[in-house]
Design a protein around this ligand. Structure first.
Ligand SMILES: [Zn+2]
Ligand SMILES: [Zn+2]
Length: 434
């Protein structure tokens, strides 16, 4: 088998791995990166046409955003994914096409791509490939590919071993593979996750402080994954009385994603399924949730207190910018960053103490408080090591989907624990035979 890394090599974004398996060519993920340069995977049109199959681990655009470009290049095969991944990808691709100016394909290609998506359940095998729950977002999966020569490759996609409010963690039993391709978003030595309960307390305290000052709280998040976790967390604090009731405005794609989560409730934790069935406790139907009614969001700004949960998580677009323009200049307000902030994004700038932001050619002074709590949907270093240890028969590991230092620190930690393993951090375009 031959592995070739076409993206997410020394970076977070544009995940794309080509696996040559005898004569069969397969792609694992095909995403974009939200940066002006190096936004797309390194893949020739002629290569795209020769693919036999594509496996998509989950709907996030850094894994799925480039899929339609395969069809504009003439690919006629299938994209395999779980059902929730298909549903969520549909919404995200439409949004990307609508909002982003640099999309490298047309609506027709998106339609073609969606028509060619085929569902695979967790545990179901097709052409030697199988998905298992990755615990990262609804429908997220790890992929195992069995090669012609009896070799097996396992790819984590984005993985979370820990149970969250909505999802079970990824299982760690029953894995067997010769090579593992593992993400490293939070693979650094200092990446130690706060227990969920503690993160949830922290969030409630932070909101309470701002309410005392009669300020508004913006919580920017990814539309899918953290958005739902954050909403459920805030709502459950309000239900239990640990946080006073106030409107929680849900803006942007999070609403659509919320509906898809509810439609695919069978993929959620058993406890959430039970609450949906005993309808007066349905966590998807809280009276605290509001949708902004006016285009300029003045109905939100008129509130004395409000929480706004909106996209995008790294502040590189979406309704959050409208809120920032209005709320950032005032010090009684607060923004709470809850997810990964990539280099070069406004989110990262805020964390690094920026005192103004450039939005739509306007300079917006930043006087609001900036707070951070990690509601990560990614495993930390300890959990990633736990995953490596659970894979039987492992001989080599490839580390992807992380900033250089994080990947290096994870490599070092793996090496320390498993001297016999060969560990590589592939460079863009690099090829390996296994
Ligand atoms: Zn992801
Ligand atoms: Zn990712």
């Amino acid at each position: 088998m031959k592995l070739s890394f076409r993206g997410a090599a020394g970076e977070v974004g544009r995940s794309c791995i080509m696996v040559e398996n005898g004569r069969r060519k397969t792609l694992l993920d095909c995403g974009v990166k939200f940066e002006k340069e190096d936004a797309f995977p390194v893949l020739e049109d002629a290569e795209a046409r020769k693919l036999d199959a594509v496996y998509l681990t989950h709907a996030h655009m850094d894994h799925s955003g480039y899929l339609p470009a395969l069809y504009s290049a003439g690919y006629k095969g299938k994209v395999f994914s779980t059902k929730p991944t298909r549903d969520l990808t549909q919404v995200l691709l439409a949004d990307y096409l609508r909002l982003d100016k640099g999309v490298p394909y047309k609506q027709d290609d998106v339609i073609k791509c969606l028509k060619h998506m085929e569902m695979l359940e967790y545990g179901e095998e097709k052409n030697g490939a199988a998905f298992r729950d990755a615990g990262h977002i609804l429908g997220s999966a790890t992929v195992t590919l069995k090669g012609a020569g009896g070799k097996t490759v396992l790819y984590t996609g984005d993985i979370n071993l820990r149970e969250s409010r909505l999802l079970d963690g990824a299982p760690t039993d029953g894995y067997k593979a010769d090579a593992l391709i593992i993400e490293s978003t939070y693979g650094g030595h200092d990446d130690k996750r706060m227990p969920l309960k503690q993160a949830s307390q922290y969030l409630a305290n932070s909101i309470r402080e701002t309410f005392k000052k009669k300020g508004k709280v913006i919580v920017p998040t990814f539309a899918i994954g953290r958005g739902q976790e954050i909403l459920f967390t805030i709502d459950s604090h309000m239900r239990s009385g640990t946080l006073e009731q106030s409107p929680i405005y849900v803006d942007g794609m999070i609403n659509k994603a919320l509906r898809i989560y509810r439609h695919n409730a069978i993929y959620l934790r058993k406890e959430i399924q039970r609450r949906i069935l005993t309808s007066d406790d349905d966590p998807f139907k809280s009276e605290n949730y509001r949708i902004p009614e006016r285009k300029d969001r003045s109905d939100v700004f008129e509130q004395e207190k409000a929480i706004i949960v909106t996209t995008s998580g790294m502040l590189n677009g979406g309704p959050v910018l409208t809120y920032l323009k209005k709320l950032a200049p005032h010090k009684q307000n607060k923004i709470i960053l809850v997810g990964y902030q990539a280099k070069g994004t406004r989110g990262r700038d805020l964390l690094e103490g920026a005192d103004e932001l450039q939005i739509d050619r306007q300079r917006i002074p930043v006087n609001l408080e900036v707070d951070e709590t990690k509601f990560s949907a990614h495993s930390d270093q300890r959990e990633l090591l736990e995953f490596v240890a659970c894979v039987k028969g492992l001989k080599r590991v490839f580390i992807v989907h992380g900033e250089k230092e994080k990947s290096e620190q994870l490599a070092e930690a793996i090496h320390r624990n498993h001297r016999h393993l060969r560990v590589d951090i592939p460079k863009l375009g690099e090829e390996f035979s296994i």
